[in-house]
Design a protein. Structure first.
Length: 328
């Protein structure tokens, strides 16, 4: 009987992590791979689906003794301290989780002779480029603000990327960096913190308003656009990176398709509003909105065989289905 390869996913209990675990559990060949979810608190979803879970605080080196020592093939590193979960995050927590935690994971990879690491990186590190380039290419120079609630987060994630580069060059640990914009998915929590202030997540708020037949405000230019990537297409990129025979890769997580603000709101009304009480879209061009962006995904197509499966309408329909099932 052949020994199965271990795939360990850190950050499996997060909003995005739950979808990625589910996608990989469904698509990885169970005759070849064992999947292990790692986080701080077990979810009922894991036990219901016979997915092995191990509780690990990545900032504590001793916790890694709980993890497998043999046949570790791939490590997916999605765990992170985010600035949006609390009104104020002590700077050392970004260091402990995003830098020391990254170093601990890399040392674990080295000691158990893992073949590859897949690292999720934030596009906040190029946020100042949005609206200035027609298409965002992979591996463009970093361009971000050293002020605001995201600065320490971005600095810590950039440091994690540099540590991974060192382990790639020094120890031959294969590396795949997945560069993430906003990844859309259903979540119960409708709030986050922006510079310490609790606010509605705009996209989810629009859906709630549409369900109630309330009007939606369309701020700024209706033809401004963004790349609306669904969480299951992100799961596809993780899955393809696990299977890839390449030594390294750096990929934008996107669709390559610009969806305008007008199309975003019209889609939400079409899918979520009651037919007898459709939400009205109220144009407010005097209000400001976020810069436009669309992502170049050609190298992911060429090198991994990635092809986004979810159009914007597909995203909305699957969001609605997941919300009704309350799957996670």
């Amino acid at each position: 009987m052949s020994i199965r390869k271990q795939v360990i996913i850190f950050g499996a209990t997060g909003n995005v992590g739950m979808y990625v675990i589910d996608y990989c559990f469904e698509h990885l060949d169970k005759r070849e791979f064992d999947l292990i979810a790692v986080g701080r608190k077990e979810k009922q979803f894991f036990s219901e689906n016979n997915i092995k879970f191990i509780s690990v605080d990545i900032s504590k080196n001793s916790d890694f003794e709980k993890l497998p020592k043999d046949n570790v093939f791939a490590v997916v590193f999605m765990a992170a301290q985010l600035p949006t979960h609390e009104s104020f995050v002590q700077p050392e927590r970004f260091v402990m989780t995003n830098i020391l935690g990254c170093l601990n994971i890399l040392e674990y990879c080295r000691k158990v002779k893992a073949e590859k690491i897949i690292y999720t990186h934030t596009m906040s590190n190029i946020a100042a480029t949005f609206g200035k380039e027609p298409v965002i290419k992979p591996r463009i120079p970093k361009n971000f603000s050293y002020r605001g609630d995201h600065s320490m987060y971005v600095i810590s994630k950039n440091t994690g990327e540099e540590l991974i580069e060192h382990y790639y060059q020094e120890f031959g640990l294969k590396k795949f960096v997945l560069h993430l914009p906003t990844v859309y998915q259903y979540r119960r929590n409708r709030f986050w913190y922006v510079n310490g202030v609790k606010k509605f997540r705009t996209f989810h708020r629009f859906i709630d308003l549409a369900i109630d037949g309330e009007p939606l405000e369309m701020w700024g230019n209706p033809n401004s656009y963004r790349d609306m990537v669904y969480v299951k297409d992100f799961g596809q990129l993780v899955h393809l990176s696990i299977l890839s025979n390449r030594d390294e890769g750096y990929y934008n997580v996107g669709t390559g398709i610009p969806t305008t603000l007008k199309e975003i709101l019209e889609g939400i009304v079409n899918v979520f509003s009651p037919k007898e009480r459709l939400s009205q879209i109220i144009a407010m061009p005097e209000k400001s909105n976020t810069p436009s962006y669309v992502l170049d995904i050609q190298n992911a197509r060429d090198e991994l065989g990635y092809e986004p499966k979810y159009t914007y309408r597909d995203l909305l329909l699957d969001y609605k289905k997941t919300m009704e099932l309350d799957k996670y």
